[in-house]
Design a protein around this ligand. Structure first.
Ligand code: GRF
Length: 194
């Protein structure tokens, strides 16, 4: 399966997907890394690893207009699936519809708890014993859509939002590549018309 990854920043989940894809038994390959911020640090790594990249700022463009550009790049690259990896933009309904059942997201909480931002602080404030991460199919609602897999991560005494985020990130990297691999195998969609 051919996967396009959308990022906005650091791109550590993108890197995890990319390195998992190097294993001979991995059922997907990364065909494009696209960013809505030309300064996204993850672009440099993707380029160094020989992955085609696309970067354009969304500023000054209407959401649907910008998403159409990204959609065109994904299709040009031959992607059949999209993995959102720290992509900090809401997607237009048209874009989401075009990738229905072909787009996954990783979110640093045990959904349906704590959608949106500041998930780690929210888990700490709530006194939860565990935080964690979820991979879900993307629908037009933020951080909604069927959850495919989750990893609970213990909250330790003295944890801060940063220390917790760092530990959850380790779990994210494992969970995302495995869940994406399972998804493209189990829930395989017909190739998109080119
Ligand atoms: C991750 O915590 C991810 O779950 C969230 O945004 C963060 C992105 O980090 N959606 P990175 O860019 O993958 O390093």
């Amino acid at each position: 399966a051919k996967v396009g990854v959308l990022i906005s920043g650091r791109g550590s989940n993108m890197a995890a997907l990319l390195y998992a894809a190097k294993h001979p038994s991995c059922p997907y390959e990364i065909v494009l890394v696209a960013a809505n911020d030309p300064q996204a640090a993850g672009l440099i790594l993707a380029q160094a690893e020989g992955i085609p990249t696309f970067a354009q700022s969304h500023k000054g463009l209407k959401r649907a207009e910008f998403d159409q550009i990204i959609d065109g790049e994904l299709r040009k690259a031959g992607a059949d699936y999209v993995a959102l990896a720290g992509y900090m933009r809401l997607l237009s309904p048209e874009f989401v519809a075009g990738w229905e059942n072909r787009m996954l997201n990783i979110h640093p909480s045990l959904l349906p708890k704590y959608k949106g931002l500041d998930t780690h602080q929210k888990a700490l404030d709530a006194g939860d014993s565990h935080a964690g991460c979820s991979v879900h199919v993307v629908t037009s609602e933020l951080d909604d859509g069927p959850v495919l897999a989750q990893t609970p991560v213990a909250i330790l005494p003295g944890d801060t939002a940063d220390s917790l985020a760092a530990r959850i990130l380790i779990a994210e990297h494992q969970l995302y590549s495995r869940t994406l691999a399972d998804f493209v195998t189990r829930d395989r969609q017909p190739p998109l018309p080119k």
